[in-house]
Design a protein around this ligand. Structure first.
Ligand code: IMP
Length: 200
């Protein structure tokens, strides 16, 4: 059984990774499973790729094992792609998403139709023990809504409106969101790359 460490403390992400990257003889373990949850990771990159690689490399260097990590966020075109890599820290780490979401809605008060375009981005990095790193990127395009809607999901989901579905990602059942999400797409692309690398 080959072990791959996933540099996250989030059980939802672990579940999605185990489902999408399922491979014979591969076991995915979390930082907590490996007693690595207190390792300090300095996420000071300015792109999703840089931050995902920093997380994966930091843990791979400590453990000498294969490590997967992700970084994700929301890009709002009208705000020059903010909050971007700062999505979790935007307006302060402890600020509620109701405040963050309404701040973005207010910023876009003058924006109409296409001007409200936005996307969720997710980058997955896989660091190998020999120092090699591969990354994949997944996105989902949408628009910033005019008010928060929906109870599912988390973070910016209540303001992320999908025109073709006529609802926000917070109004989709979780399994529907997972099928089309930035994370699902980045993971599916990583599955293909890990097949090419003969890991899966
Ligand atoms: P992380 O990569 O899990 O740390 O996520 C970064 C931040 O991006 C989250 O804290 C959310 O603010 C935002 N974000 C990433 N993915 C999503 C999503 O699917 N829905 C809503 N917000 C998201």
């Amino acid at each position: 059984m080959r072990k791959i460490i996933v540099a996250t403390g989030n059980e939802g992400k672990m579940k999605e990774i185990r489902q999408i990257l399922a491979g014979d003889g591969i076991e995915y373990v979390s930082l907590k499973d490996e007693n690595l949850q207190d390792v300090e990771i300095v996420e000071d990159g300015t792109t999703f790729e840089e931050n995902a690689v920093i997380k994966a490399r930091t843990i791979a260097e400590i453990t000498g094992q294969m490590v997967l990590a992700d970084d994700s966020g929301l890009e709002v075109d009208y705000m020059d792609k903010a909050p971007g890599v700062y999505s979790a820290r935007f307006l302060g780490e402890d600020t509620s998403y109701t405040v963050k979401n309404n701040y973005i809605i207010d910023k876009l008060a003058q924006a109409k139709g296409e001007e409200r375009s936005a996307r969720f981005v997710c980058v997955i990095a896989c660091a190998f023990p020999d120092g090699k790193v591969i990354t994949t990127r997944g996105t989902i395009e949408g628009q910033i809504g005019y008010e928060e809607k929906g109870e599912n999901g988390f973070g910016y989901d209540p303001i992320f409106f999908l025109p073709e579905r006529g609802c926000t990602t917070a109004e989709l059942p979780p399994e529907e969101k997972n099928k089309i999400s930035h994370r699902g797409r980045a993971l599916t692309a990583m599955y293909e790359k890990l097949k090419e690398e003969k890991v899966l």
